[in-house]
Design a protein. Structure first.
Length: 310
């Protein structure tokens, strides 16, 4: 009887070709099978594709990540760098973003009055007003409807404004932007933590690469400078820049330039749709998968909440 060829006996190149067709959930489920499959399924080749080619273009809040040339990210210096980057983005998506006053101060929000929304919804239709949360704890109108200034505060995990119901924080599902919402009003803003988190990871991997003698200290400094220069050019911290940045993230300027006739006919779910069941990107939680093993004793870190057995 002819002996059957086991999957693990296939050439590495063939295995990588097979794995390139797997979804995020399928790759994650493959990792615990064996040490060899753990190594293969954590390869940066697959996770770079899932992050930059699939996840990032899907959600508007990740827009700035796509503006950084892939060669400037240093995740490819280590085997699981892109896997870690995907995990970090997924972690930010799942974490509550409203933790204190600093998460609101200086932020611009597009305000939508739900009773006046058409079919397309928040973040797709043109906003009704723009407000800014000041360090004096006042929400002031900058553009659109002339709203009265209101005093705001954070209490019990929600944002409260005088004369209005509590605004519950969340994420706008089509874009992953920050959202504050109560029964009659929804407000959205950008999410800078995606870029901040990946920038920190990028710097950590550069330092680890120097310690492991993968690159020299001089190369680390050069790489870091190029990355920071490119990143800082994308982020305009002026008041006008914040508002323009939010418009750009949500695609308002591009839609205005192209005209809105075709946009009105388009299914709003085609833009930044969450696709809860059909999308492999939104049904996987990195915390479900232990990253530690004997092969990974020298990993850069262990994720919060992870149980490590020795």
């Amino acid at each position: 009887m002819q002996r059957q060829l086991l999957l693990a006996e296939l050439p590495v190149e063939v295995l990588h070709q097979i794995l390139s067709n797997l979804t995020v959930s399928e790759l994650a489920n493959l990792r615990p099978v064996s040490r060899s499959f753990r190594y293969l399924a954590t390869s940066g080749t697959h996770w770079r594709k899932h992050l930059l080619d699939i996840l990032v273009p899907k959600y508007a809040a990740l827009h700035e990540i796509s503006m950084i040339p892939p060669r400037l990210w240093c995740f490819g210096l280590i085997h699981d760098g892109w896997f870690r980057a995907y995990c970090e983005v997924n972690r930010v998506i799942g974490e509550p973003w409203l933790r204190g006053d600093d998460d609101l101060i200086g932020c611009h929000y597009f305000v939508y009055f739900k009773a006046h929304l058409r079919c397309r919804g928040v973040g797709v239709e043109e906003y009704h007003s723009v407000i800014r949360f000041t360090d004096q704890h006042v929400a002031e109108a900058l553009e659109g409807l002339p709203l009265y200034p209101r005093v705001w505060r954070i209490e019990d995990g929600v944002m409260k404004v005088s004369a209005y119901p509590p605004n519950v924080p969340g994420r706008e599902p089509r874009s992953l932007c920050r959202k504050l919402e109560h029964v009659t009003v929804a407000m959205i803003s950008d999410e800078p933590r995606f870029m901040t988190t990946l920038s920190k990871l990028n710097a950590t991997i550069l330092e680890a690469a120097v310690d492991s003698q993968i690159i020299s200290k001089g190369e680390m400094i050069t790489r870091n400078q190029k990355f920071e220069e490119t990143r800082d050019q994308l982020i305009d911290r002026t008041s006008e820049g914040r508002q323009h940045r939010l418009r750009e993230i949500l695609g308002f300027d591009a839609r205005a330039a192209a005209g809105t006739a075709e946009e009105e006919e388009q299914d709003p779910n085609d833009n930044y749709s969450m696709d809860e069941k059909s999308s492999s990107e939104s049904d996987w939680d990195y915390q479900d998968y232990d990253m530690d093993d004997e092969d990974y004793e020298d990993e850069l870190w262990v994720y919060p909440g992870q149980v490590v057995e020795r």
